[in-house]
Design a protein around this ligand. Structure first.
Ligand code: NAP
Length: 285
């Protein structure tokens, strides 16, 4: 087997998610894949949901080889009727859903003044509308079933810091963060926890192609991170998993930031370690 086994058993009890049924949007690539693999390795039934069935095969093949309980559905999260139908099909096939990870996203760098309404709509559609449609459909099921549930929304720290070049994604993620807190407060009485995770930069095919398309940009981003490195997908997945465990049962409406300090360091007047050699300017008359 070429892909090394996921390692969540080093950090979580084997069988932590045994008996759970989890849906991960965008679960066939990048972070979504890593979260899906870790949940499956810890005993959960995992259904990945996204548009391209090509993106599903690696997870389904690995799942079959490792004896995981895995499934996939073709789904465009921008379409509320599709989401509703997929939720019904999943619930019929697997009996229930305990966990929803809203991970699907689209993103690319574009100055706001050049951003077409179509580009804006497309990112808002996947990230904000998609998260709401999935939360609504699976939330209804969790409420009706009466046994609670756990939801995790993947956001980004530029939801509150802002970031030049990603007006669509920053606005959509800010909406998802507001939705996280709102649903957490609304659905706590049904035993449904809703949290977010805000990763800093990590490598994925999507991010490499659209956010740091060359070495120079990648290096510039790395240098701006106080911990001086990108996150690994494994560590972001590990922290995501914690928020989905029963041990995190009293946490709701929260956002775990896993960004190496990046969001602390915008607009610095002084670089840590830099010598202050410049003489002070004379006071203005
Ligand atoms: P990625 O590998 O590019 O994955 C994006 C996933 O979203 C794909 O699996 C894609 O699957 C799915 N998707 C896109 N449009 C969809 C739609 N309309 N309906 C259903 N699924 C759709 O992304 P990633 O870099 O791992 O990012 C994962 C999450 O982390 C995202 O929420 C992203 O915003 C967040 N994040 C990433 C970074 C980073 O540095 N990479 C930093 C902060 C936050 P299909 O093509 O099969 O539909």
């Amino acid at each position: 087997m070429e892909t090394p086994a996921p390692e969540p058993a080093r950090f979580f009890q084997p069988g932590t998610f045994e008996g759970d049924v989890a849906v991960v949007t965008g679960g066939g690539t990048g972070l979504g894949l890593e979260i899906s693999r870790s949940l499956a390795a810890l005993g959960s039934t995992v259904i990945i949901a996204s548009r391209s069935t090509d993106h599903h095969s690696a997870f389904l093949d690995e799942g079959r080889e490792r004896g995981w309980k895995v499934d996939a559905v073709e789904l465009d999260v921008r379409e509320p009727d599709e989401v509703h139908a997929a939720a019904n099909a999943i619930i019929e096939r697997h009996g229930k859903v305990d966990i929803l990870v809203n991970n699907a996203a689209g993103n690319f760098v574009c100055p706001a003044e050049k951003m077409s309404p179509r580009a804006w709509r497309s990112v808002l559609g996947i990230v904000l509308d998609g998260t709401f449609y999935c939360s609504r459909s699976f939330g209804k099921h969790m409420i009706g079933r009466g046994e609670g549930g756990r939801m995790l929304n993947v956001v980004a720290t530029y939801a509150w810091t802002g970031m030049p070049g990603v007006a669509h994604s920053a606005s959509a993620k800010a909406g998802v963060w507001a939705l996280t807190k709102t649903l957490a407060a609304e659905w706590a009485r049904f035993g449904i926890q809703v949290n977010s995770i805000a990763p800093g930069p990590f490598q994925s095919d999507g991010a490499r192609a659209n956010l740091w398309p060359d070495e120079e940009i990648e290096e510039k981003i790395r240098a701006s991170i106080p911990l001086q490195r990108f996150a690994t997908r494994e560590e972001v997945a590990r922290h995501s998993l914690y928020l989905l465990t029963k041990e995190a049962g009293y946490i709701t409406g929260d956002c775990m930031v896993v960004d190496g300090g990046l969001s602390l360091s915008a607009g610095r007047m002084w670089e840590p370690g830099e010598k202050l050699t410049r003489p002070p300017r004379p006071p203005k008359a």
